[in-house]
Design a protein around this ligand. Structure first.
Ligand code: C2E
Ligand code: CA
Ligand code: CA
Length: 637
């Protein structure tokens, strides 16, 4: 509370305390009720007073104390003490209403600030305060003798008494008004605080939400929008009508995993950020670039004509290649771009993304042209792939997958020294299908894992049967797709099958594709070691097609190196011969045997013998054949 009020309070208390005490003792001596007056009091014991409930400090209702207070109430309390009248208060909203109560004869006394009240029998001024008269008006329902007695009692209250009452109420007023001010200040402050807090919280929340949205909508690596970001931008800026004037391109660096593995994650990240900057440079203002989490770059480009689009994509691929050549990096950047130009009836982002991706996935590793438009063929192939996928499980149950085997020939003695299991699918709808048609589909969907295990189990069953029947058996190799080589448990799973069918793992050779060495060398190494430990032999398949080099080989405990058929096409060429001889020598130094695939002629077979290759496999010797046939040709005549 303000200092000023404390001083005023003390002074007023000192000034008023002594006279007040004196007057009380004086009153007691002066005012005595006559018998007649006592009778008046008992005949009219309760007097109803209408007053303004919030006319502070004259009269008011103190909520916290639950009682009526104020100058008028104190004076009437004094009257009560002197006479014995009891005052009941009727609270009204203002003086006007209090007077109206009196005029309506709903009360005996109305308290007002006017001295003379019309409609009342008598008015009595009690005091003056702050320039206001404080008066009570006796209503017409009051017996005169009661009015007279009350007035007599009021008369006995001395001027000092009234002053002291006024002073005490004034202090109370100052105090109260100060408290009220404090209260109001607190309430207002609380409101302001609450408002400020709410505004702060809301601002912070929206800021946080904006930042969160930005974070969620942005590719962490390149800083460009991710798919969510792309969708949120196009939702706002591209109507479903004009989206059909756009086309979508899906661009990916095919050998990104190889770059990651060989040159490290920071290098691969650098490639991606460089690509983002170059692509951003090539797109127009009303076009968009986004980077999906799975390494795909998504371009939403204004579409005019297919030829123009092809020219732009070509230009982008060339520009990227030039920039990377300038950087003199030690690896190639292999790009693939799938493009989808929408039709009017198919206008949404998900379809644009799905179809541009499908177009990209139909670009083969060996294709020279690195972009492809989505077209009817892709549509038909996609439908066919979906069908194959749907038929897969039932086909396995019905035994539609057949075990073919292609013999491997030792180049030292021309005898069959092994075989490679190659699947065939006898599909009633399509006839006998070669693996090139369905293996990539199973690889895409992940069903390849189940499929390869199925083939491996079949191989174990057939070997077990031959062994039980005492027939001649040679080791056979089984192809395993790259997706197996991410899980070390794969080794235990296949080992368990050899245990189940009681086939020594020595009879089973695991063919691993060469590209795995580059993609996931660490895991591949662990798996190869484990397989060797369990007794299997290992071949590195398709050597010469990917990025694996001799420098990688000493890290792996391999048994066979299978040269891809593309390496022996040009076998008459002296350079090819030298290369194969070189490979063979190095392999032999590493205790590896060389298997040559795709041997189609006697000439090729003779040259390979001269070059000291170990094993040959190809149509010159045998086509892949059903296992039963293989078993037959294997048996001594
Ligand atoms: P691959 O492992 O490179 O198998 C050799 C492929 O070359 C076979 O094709 C075989 O029939 C073919 N071939 C054999 N000799 C010659 C020849 O003299 N000239 C030519 N031009 N080709 C020859 P196929 O049977 O069509 O298999 C294709 C690929 O499918 C295989 O290539 C293999 O990677 C994969 N594959 C086959 N069966 C399975 C399987 O059960 N699981 C997995 N994951 N892949 C399989
Ligand atoms: Ca193979
Ligand atoms: Ca091969």
């Amino acid at each position: 509370m303000n200092k000023k009020y404390i001083i005023v309070l003390i002074i007023i208390c000192i000034l008023t305390a002594i006279p007040a005490l004196c007057s009380i003792s004086a009153e007691e001596e002066v005012f005595v009720l006559t018998e007649e007056e006592k009778a008046i009091v008992s005949s009219y014991p309760v007097i109803y007073v209408a007053l303004d409930r919030k006319s502070f400090p004259f009269e008011f209702y103190n909520r916290s104390e639950k009682q009526y207070e104020g100058v008028v109430v104190q004076i009437l309390d004094r009257v009560k003490e002197l006479t014995g009248f009891k005052f009941e208060y009727i609270l009204t909203n203002d003086f006007e209403e209090a007077l109206q109560y009196g005029i309506n004869l709903q009360a005996d006394i109305a308290v007002s600030r006017v001295h003379e009240g019309t409609g009342f029998i008598l008015s009595r001024q009690l005091a003056k305060f702050s320039g206001h008269d404080i008066s009570i008006q006796y209503t017409k329902r009051m017996p005169l003798e009661v009015v007279t007695l009350i007035n007599r009692a009021i008369d006995t209250i001395s001027e000092e008494d009234i002053s002291s009452i006024i002073a005490s109420e004034a202090v109370q007023y100052e105090k109260m008004s100060d408290d009220t001010k404090v209260y109001i200040t607190i309430v207002i402050s609380a409101f302001i605080l609450a408002a400020v807090t709410s505004v702060t919280i809301l601002t912070a929340y929206y800021k946080y939400k904006k930042q969160k949205d930005l974070f969620m909508n942005t590719d962490r690596l390149t800083g460009y929008p991710n798919i969510k970001g792309l969708k949120s931008v196009t939702d706002v800026s591209i109507s479903s009508f004009n989206i059909s004037s756009y086309c979508m391109a899906n661009l990916v660096v095919n050998n990104l995993n190889h770059i990651r593995e060989v040159f490290g994650y920071p290098e691969a990240d650098k490639v991606q950020t460089d690509i983002a900057i170059i692509l951003d440079d090539l797109i127009y203002n009303n076009e968009l670039l986004a980077k999906a989490n799975n390494d795909d770059f998504i371009l939403l480009l204004q579409f005019t004509e297919k030829s123009e689009m092809a020219a732009r994509i070509n230009q982008a691929i060339n520009r990227l290649n030039e920039k990377f050549e300038l950087k003199k990096i030690e690896y190639p950047i292999v790009l693939s771009v799938g493009i989808y130009t929408p039709k009017y009836e198919e206008v949404n982002m998900d379809i644009l993304m799905q179809k541009s991706l499908q177009a990209r996935q139909f670009i083969k590793e060996k294709d020279e042209i690195r972009y492809r438009f989505y077209d009817e063929t892709i549509h038909i192939m996609t439908v066919e792939e979906n069908l194959m996928q749907q038929e897969f499980l039932a086909s396995m149950e019905k035994g539609e997958f057949l075990i073919y085997i292609q013999p491997k020939i030792s180049l030292f003695d021309n005898r069959i020294c092994g075989g490679e299991i190659l699947s065939r699918w006898y599909n009633p709808r399509r006839g006998l299908i070669r693996p090139g048609e369905y293996i990539p589909v199973f690889e895409k969907s992940g069903t390849i894992i189940a499929f390869d295990m199925y083939m491996f189990e079949k191989a174990c069953q057939l070997l077990a049967k031959s062994l039980q029947e005492g027939k001649k058996v040679v080791p056979v190799s089984v192809n395993f797709a790259r997706s197996h080589f991410t899980n070390i448990d794969f080794c235990n799973q296949i080992f368990a099958l050899t245990v189940k069918y009681e086939v020594p793992p020595y009879y089973l050779n695991i063919e691993v594709t060469e590209s795995l060495i580059a993609e996931n060398a660490k895991m591949m190494n662990e798996i190869v070691n484990k397989l060797k430990e369990l007794g299997f032999t290992i071949s590195l398949d398709d050597f010469g097609t990917g990025y694996a080099s001799f420098s990688d080989l000493p890290n792996f405990m391999l048994d066979f190196l299978k040269l891809d058929k593309s390496m022996i096409y040009n076998l008459e060429n002296s350079k090819t011969k030298k290369m194969i001889k070189g490979i063979t020598d190095i392999a032999h130094n590493m205790d590896l045997q060389i298997i040559c695939e795709g041997v189609e002629t006697k000439e090729q077979a003779d040259i390979l013998k001269l070059l000291e290759c170990d094993i040959a496999q190809g149509y010159y010797y045998y086509q892949p054949m059903p296992y039963e046939e293989f078993e037959k040709i294997l048996q001594p005549k």
